[in-house]
Ligand binder design. Structure first.
Ligand code: C5P
Length: 223
């Protein structure tokens, strides 16, 4: 590929979205938020009243639910269920609280991974999630595993949600991300784990801008 793909994985609140968006913008690449796809499917399941602990029903839903990512105004990534823009709604606490149950279903993952692979076929994407370096783009030449301490990750999530008017305590938020990371890292299908050839970047003491530049340096080594 003329434009190599970039895979970014890591736990909740590590700064993946912010950093991936910056990298994409600076390189003129396409940004793909795979978590948004699992979130959109979760929203559909909640609307349909599907039992979050019924893998067969969730798998069936994944097969018939048109989830898509499109560019909106100002090049902002938007998430659609059919033709409905659900970009805001998928950030709510109900979706966040249930998405890990939907994402643990193998049939759901197969469907999403298939869509994600197709989106990266032509190269030039910055894709962010939990299994990108391990499953979706195992051949990506640049793989990053982004981390940060739990208090910092919880603080980032809190600030993000506060802007939208949802207030959580630090303690609540730490519990929530520890719970979600626990489910994501221990599930059987494509768990959150560092690819052997991924480089770990700890974003605790760096700005998103600094982390983005570190990643870009991997794509275009100086000299
Ligand atoms: O990145 P974000 O926090 O929006 O992801 C929401 C959830 O979607 C994760 O907690 C995880 O359960 C699931 N996910 C996944 N695989 C991905 C991306 C997200 O299982 N590649």
């Amino acid at each position: 590929n003329l434009y190599p793909n970039i895979a970014i994985d890591g736990p909740a609140g590590a700064g993946k979205s912010t950093v991936a968006k910056l990298v994409a913008k600076k390189l003129g690449y396409i940004y793909i938020d795979t978590g948004a796809m699992y979130r959109a499917l979760t929203l559909q399941a909640l609307r349909d009243g599907v039992d979050m602990h019924d893998p067969e029903a969730l798998g069936r839903l994944a097969g018939v639910t048109p989830v898509s990512l499109r560019n909106g105004e100002d090049d902002r990534l938007r998430v659609f269920l059919n033709n409905e823009d659900v970009s805001e709604e998928i950030r709510g606490p109900e979706v966040s609280g249930n998405v890990s149950y939907v994402a643990m279903v193998p049939a759901v993952r197969r469907r999403m991974v298939e869509l994600q692979k197709a989106m990266a076929e032509k190269g030039g994407v910055v894709m962010e999630g939990r299994d990108i370096g391990t499953v979706v783009l195992p051949d990506a030449p640049v793989k990053i595993f982004l981390t940060a301490t739990t208090p910092v990750r919880a603080k980032r999530r809190r600030d993000e949600l506060a802007v939208k008017g949802s207030i959580f305590s630090q303690e609540q938020m730490e519990e929530e991300i520890i719970r979600r990371d626990g489910i994501d890292s221990t599930r059987e299908a494509d768990p959150l784990t560092k690819a052997p050839d991924a480089e770990v970047i700890d974003s605790t003491f760096f700005t998103a801008e600094q982390v983005a530049d570190m990643i870009i340096a991997r794509v275009q080594p100086a000299g």
